[in-house]
Design a binder for this molecule. Sequence first.
Ligand SMILES: Cc1cc2nc3c(=O)[nH]c(=O)nc-3n(C[C@H](O)[C@H](O)[C@H](O)COP(=O)(O)OP(=O)(O)OC[C@H]3O[C@@H](n4cnc5c(N)ncnc54)[C@H](O)[C@@H]3O)c2cc1C
Length: 648
Amino acid sequence: MFTDKLIKTARELVSNFKSVHPELGIASTLGRDFQVPTSVNRNLEQILRSIDQGADKGELVPRIIEQLVQTSPVEKGAAGGATNFFWGPSSGPRQKWTNQIANQVVEPLQLFYPRSLNDSADKQSIATILSRALTTGCAVKAAGSGHSYSDVATTPDFLINTHGFCRVASEHSPITGQLSPSALRSPLPLSLGPLSWSTYEPEKHHALIEMEAGITIHDLNQALEQRNLGLMNMGGYDGQTIIGATSTSTHGSGTTLPPFPDMVRSLVLATTGRWNGTTIGGKEPTDGVYFYRIEPKDGITDPAKYQDPLVQLIQDDDCFYSAICSMGCFGVIYSVVFEVMQMYWLEETRTETTLDKLMSDLQPDTGTPGHFPKVLQNTRNYEVIIHPYPMKDGKVIDMDPGAPPETYYPYFLCLVTQRNIVPKPDTITGSSGHRNFIAQLLSLFKLSFELVVALLNKFPGLVPFAVTESMGSLVDASYINKSFDIYNLGLNQDAGFAAEVGFSLQDDAGNYTPQYFKLAIDRIHQIGQRARQQGEQYQTSPFSLRFVKASGANLSMMNGRNTAMIEMDMLTGTYAGPEVMYRYETSMYSLGGRPHWGLDFDCITGNNDLLQKMYPKLDNWLGVYRQFNVLGTFNSSFTARVGFTVFE
Ligand SMILES: Cc1cc2nc3c(=O)[nH]c(=O)nc-3n(C[C@H](O)[C@H](O)[C@H](O)COP(=O)(O)OP(=O)(O)OC[C@H]3O[C@@H](n4cnc5c(N)ncnc54)[C@H](O)[C@@H]3O)c2cc1C
């Protein structure tokens, strides 16, 4: 009976196969449409012909199954109709979503691909998804590019791929609820097209730009360049979505430069919880799906002039400073306004040093306000990578745990990267070469990534030497390019993974101190030595140290304090890589470390009031969260893990 049903299914697919491309077609069976590769259709035709000519059906069953599993279902009523949808990413039921390194894998009830906030032509608009979630009691989570290693972007219910809403606001093709310059009280110009200034003074010339939340940082940088604008800062990579990066407080380096949430001036949230405070304009919904534009109390919009017919304006500090770093727990963010600056060029230098000299450069300068050392005052972006192992005379030193850590500082290799704004050059100067550790490692050994990892796993004693070799060859006297080309290190997103923790850069009086990151560096070195000696487990990459200005976002890792972020990196596939990461991350909490919401391997939990101790503004954040998530629509494994889950 099963065999006959299987053959009937194959016959149905073949009989109504419609080609939409030389290599692909659509066919229906069992009440739904399937994407069918042309080769599968051809193979099924052959098998069915053999059956018709008297071949043994039972023997052909495995071959039929082999072909059927290569098809994939198309959701009924998918956005844009089957043909357009065919070229879009997967959506519908029975889909698998994985994050970038596939340590988070979910098979949600539905994977959605909205292209709009509430466009009636978009069958998967954000509003439709939230409304369906309310009527069915399903949870919802928006995912960006899946570049977080933690479970912050997952749900077993309705998972939203946000890449479909990715337009930048413009005069001619407005996005929903787009702000107009006439409704602003901010003196900054709002870019609805290219902007120009008579002089090149990027630090002085700032502007506002609005975009849909799913645009990647890469695509945003292209759009900004066309408008003579640039992001004030970014991390070392541009594959994240703008709101994915913002929601976990992604950051770059620079003591005058806060993380992504602090570049946000306004955002539009779609949610299922009603805001209990004051709102201006917009429309009270009838289906329980609310649209809010959220700004601080003194936000960029003039409330007296705000007249959007759909989106209600909230100007409230607690709401804003919670929403800008909310890990997808408040609803779906549709659009965002960023403060940006005139497009600019950066010069980057990379110099080798040792930990003793580095720490001497990073001592407080008590003669200046804030006590920042000269190197941090004089450098816009200052960051360091540090060798995990002390090396002397071609050997790894065994450190005496009883000796002061400084004893070994001269033997830890460091590489300092410094960047400052420079005038626009006539041509790009210097060579970008390989600017990240992993790419450099591969090019040095002229081996494939897999072979390098296999080699280091087989002969782990080679790891410290490979790290030294690769770090040394990253030295660069000068490289000048557009800001975003300098920031973007050309990381291969699949080649490495990382855990990152933030430490206070401030003493009790609020002045700069290296005290906490120094303790963290010492501890990483001790843990690295213990793992090497006790289990031949190695860290296959240097770790990095970046400096970030304090954030106003209530749950940012940098909230309320200038922060040193330490990122422990690892080549993908390294033996015991996750175990090494776990040891590092969990040993940092007692030093006041706050783990990056995205670069964490689900280690942090709500146990023992850990988050309460880390985040003085947690209650403010929870107060807002409990309004927007009053129905539990945005509960997830993440909210359960950290103890935020709302029970109706
Ligand atoms: C190669 C690489 C390099 C990196 N470099 C840096 C770096 O230099 N500095 C740094 O700080 N971090 C860095 N990270 C970490 C990364 O920036 C963060 O984990 C970031 O959150 C990932 O963004 P994403 O778009 O992939 O979002 P996801 O990881 O998919 O999601 C992140 C969070 O955003 C939420 N979210 C996404 N879209 C929406 C929306 N529309 N509405 C509501 N919530 C939403 C999700 O629910 C989730 O909570 C790096 C990661 C990788 C893989």
